[in-house]
Design a protein around this ligand. Structure first.
Ligand code: GDP
Ligand code: MG
Length: 446
């Protein structure tokens, strides 16, 4: 974080809504930060514009100043732009062979990444075959063979005297006989985009069915990445991107540019020359790296945590005093949604989801989770059909009011009755738990 940026924050008011000036001021610095991270200037321009529209008029969160609030919004938008979750390479169902074609400029990291991917697939119990389709450099074939051997994966090659498309075809036939279920085509790049290269890729596609075309981009190429991605996408049609050399000190703005321009997901990132240095792509980590404002983001996280804690304390207090009402109930449901919904909460619980939520839980399957989420949505609909007074004072709910609520939520009156009864029981339970001396901990009532 530059000193200048800090000064700007100090000079801004510390509460209220974001004004156009607040946003403009903060975005100026953010623009600079993105450009310094090698995000393409056109992408920066569009991005900043859309953030500006979204940010003006928003409430400034307690504990943050307007500048920090803008950064919070920018960070969220960056994550959204890069896809909110990780994406896997799509494989053909069953035992069908998936053909993956690697594309990209020379030196981007295609051959290395081909071998890295093969290792990942092997770990998943697949049997990949690597095909040496770069016939321009004898060293390229050798390089693939050496890397393939290191990974314990077979490499198919026909020397340099065949057309890449024919090599691809022969490799596929070999895979069919040999029981391979993934074929990765390592193609030749050029120093610059040229027609030859694009035609070659197209010819491969015309000769064999390519299921996934993966563009390999060197993070160090900075702003050029966007032109490269655009051309490849238009001429060869890509399905996903791998960004290499993120182990260097580049902030990786290329990742943002490429995603913004092609709309295709980033699948993996290359984090070194070793064949194990290929990592899943995490949009949130990438966003904070590109933004380069880690200290502000940490501060924002703290502010968020404090607010949640404060709310949780208030609610626990209310539960103890038996003042918990439908408004609080809505609030606790929205908190739960912020945490990723029932499914993700359950998968984070040790013993259910396993360590760190990695494993799949036993006993509670997706269907049950979906059902719980559905019934939560119905409850929400009923509560939203109440008047504010009814939410604060459920004792008001006489039969005619209940009928109105049922109509409003599109449910049967019996369901409203059941919910009100359950709520009363839950309150009793909470009172007991509250007396049991739990401090500050919010028990989510669901
Ligand atoms: P290709 O021409 O696209 O096939 O590129 P190569 O796979 O031959 O890679 C070019 C150079 O980049 C080699 O020296 C690789 O070791 C190196 N390389 C590839 N991926 C990475 C990476 O993620 N990090 C680093 N530091 N180097 C990489
Ligand atoms: Mg190569």
């Amino acid at each position: 974080l530059t000193e200048k940026l800090q000064n700007i924050f100090k000079n801004l008011r510390s509460k209220g809504r974001l004004t156009e000036d607040d946003v403009k001021e903060a975005l100026k610095e953010i623009k600079r930060a993105l450009l310094a991270a090698d995000v393409n200037f056109k992408v920066v321009k569009d991005f900043v514009k859309s953030v500006q529209e979204r940010a003006v008029g928003q409430d400034v969160m307690n504990g943050l100043n307007p500048g920090q609030m803008v950064i919070k919004i920018v960070n969220e938008e960056l994550v959204k732009l890069m896809g909110s979750q990780t994406t896997e390479i799509k494989l053909q169902p069953g035992s069908a062979i998936t053909v993956i074609m690697m594309a990209g400029l020379q030196g981007a990291g295609k051959t290395t990444t081909t071998a890295k991917l093969a290792g990942k697939f092997k770990l998943k119990g697949k049997k990949p075959l690597l095909a040496a389709c770069d016939v321009y450099r004898p060293a390229a074939i050798k390089q693939l063979q050496v890397n393939g051997e290191k990974q314990g994966v077979e490499v198919f090659s026909m020397g340099e005297n065949h057309k890449p498309a024919n090599i691809a075809k022969a490799a596929l036939e070999h895979a069919q006989k040999n029981g391979n279920n993934i074929v990765i085509l390592d193609t030749a790049g050029r120093l610059h985009i040229d027609e030859d290269m694009m035609e070659e890729l197209q010819e491969i596609k015309n000769t064999v069915t390519v299921h996934q075309t993966i563009l390999v981009i060197d993070a160090m190429t900075g702003q050029d990445a966007v032109n490269v991605a655009k051309e490849f996408h238009e001429k060869a049609g890509i399905d996903g991107v791998i960004v290499t050399k993120l182990d260097g000190d580049t902030r990786g703005g290329a990742a943002l540019s490429v995603k913004a321009v092609t709309g295709k997901p980033i699948l993996y990132v290359g984090m070194g020359e070793k064949l194990s240095d290929l990592e899943q792509f995490y949009p949130d980590r990438m966003a904070s790296r590109i933004l380069g404002m880690g200290d502000v983001l940490t501060l924002i996280e703290k502010a968020e945590a404090e607010i949640d804690e404060e709310k949780a304390k208030q609610m626990a207090q209310k539960m103890k005093k038996n003042q918990f009402d439908f408004e609080d109930y809505l609030e606790s449901m929205s908190q739960m949604k912020n945490m990723g919904g029932i499914g993700s909460i359950m998968s984070m619980m040790p013993g259910l989801g396993g360590m760190g939520g990695m494993g799949r839980m036993k006993g509670i399957d997706e269907e049950q989770t979906a059902q719980a989420e559905k019934s939560m949505a119905r409850m929400e609909a009923m509560i939203y059909s109440m008047t504010p007074e009814e939410r604060r004072n459920p004792d008001l709910l006489n039969p005619s009011r209940k009928h109105r609520i049922a109509r409003g939520a599109g449910v049967d009156i019996s369901e409203v009755n059941r919910m009100v009864k359950q709520f009363a029981e839950m309150k009793k339970l909470m009172k007991m738990v509250g007396k049991g001396g739990r401090k500050g901990k919010l028990r989510l009532p669901f």
